[in-house]
Design a binder for this molecule. Structure first.
Ligand code: DGY
Length: 323
């Protein structure tokens, strides 16, 4: 008997073909997200599930009576959607998909840095709305990033890939905060003692710390230390920062703009943010390339295969931070 496996969302075709060949697989071809009730039922009906960052697997779901699921192969490097302590406490193995999305996500961080500092959203809107009157020397001026300070909060894999692009490709100076020392970066970057040190010095702050904590890592007090000319970019998780404080800083003009790929309570995005010209908003597309999403799916199936063959799971996750 093949193990029963559920993929909670539509996967790239190649990944679904592999799943169907190896498992008694149920694929979600409609791609409609499952409700909490659907996820609870799935816990009783399948041996393993392949969820993703939009599926909230909290302790109530993980502790459901008559549970059958023994393995959760999450598609995503982040797993703040899963209560890892509850999973471990109930003997459920969990894996993630690191590394394959690092470069793509860093690309999106740079896209947001450039878009925010050059006012790309406002400029494009002006053109599309036929308000462009032709070339102007003084209208729509952005901020150059060469020689400016990029502050990285969380110098893990994606933080490093973002910093490397900014330092080597765009001539930015990099400062960073990381909980533990980081060695052998291969480019110039100055560690700072505190998050405040980074926030106060940086012209652009880029967030690369996991979400899912009981409180945001980047608090309203941290945001209050930012310069009025500075920009904040977030490609990590909406709850990695205090989103309300960020909104307030943008409304009050205590920072110059932002570039956001992630939000609290996705897909809900506050109307106030949507109306702001100095903010670039993307719908959580950090890893959204065909190549990367296929690699992430294949990695999830590799993890599943290892589990069902009794091998050690290559990307098993334990409680604690990731990027
Ligand atoms: C992840 O992998 O955690 C991303 O946020 C989804 O691409």
């Amino acid at each position: 008997m093949k193990p029963r496996v559920l993929a909670t969302r539509k996967l790239p075709d190649q990944v679904e073909e592999r799943l169907v060949a190896s498992y008694d697989a149920t694929c979600n071809r409609s791609d409609v997200p499952l409700s909490a009730d659907d996820l609870s039922s799935a816990m009783r009906e399948f041996d393993a599930i392949i969820p993703t960052v939009s599926d909230r697997l909290d302790s109530a779901i993980l502790q459901i009576p008559d549970r059958r699921v023994r393995m959760i192969a999450n598609i995503g490097v982040g797993f703040s959607n899963i209560d890892i302590e509850a999973a471990y406490g109930n003997g459920i193995a969990v894996s993630n998909t690191p590394d394959v999305l690092t470069e793509a996500t860093a690309d999106i961080a740079l896209l947001l840095i450039l878009s925010a500092t050059r006012g790309a959203y406002a400029a494009e809107r002006k053109l599309r709305e036929s308000r462009w009157r032709g070339f102007s020397i003084v209208e729509g001026l952005g901020t150059s990033i060469q020689g400016k300070v990029l502050g990285i909060i969380g110098m893990g894999r994606i933080g490093q890939a973002t910093a490397r692009r900014a330092a080597v490709g765009f001539g930015m100076e990099v400062v960073y905060y990381n909980r533990s020392p980081v060695r052998n970066l291969g480019f110039d970057a100055q560690p700072m003692e505190t998050i405040d040190d980074v926030m106060a010095l940086a012209d652009v702050v880029s967030i690369h710390v996991p979400g899912g904590g009981s409180a945001p890592v980047v608090t309203s007090a941290h945001i209050a230390t930012m310069k009025p000319t500075s920009f904040l970019v977030n490609t990590a998780r909406g709850d990695s920062i205090d989103q309300n404080a960020l909104l307030q800083a943008l409304v009050e003009g205590t920072i110059a703009g932002a570039g956001l790929d992630v939000f609290n309570d996705e897909p809900h995005v506050p109307d106030q943010l949507r109306r702001m010209d100095n903010v670039t908003l993307l719908p959580h597309v950090g890893s959204a390339t065909t190549e990367v999403r296929t690699a992430m799916g294949m990695m999830a199936v590799d993890n599943l295969d290892a589990f069902f063959r009794g091998h050690s799971i290559p990307n098993r996750v334990a409680p604690g931070p990731t990027d």
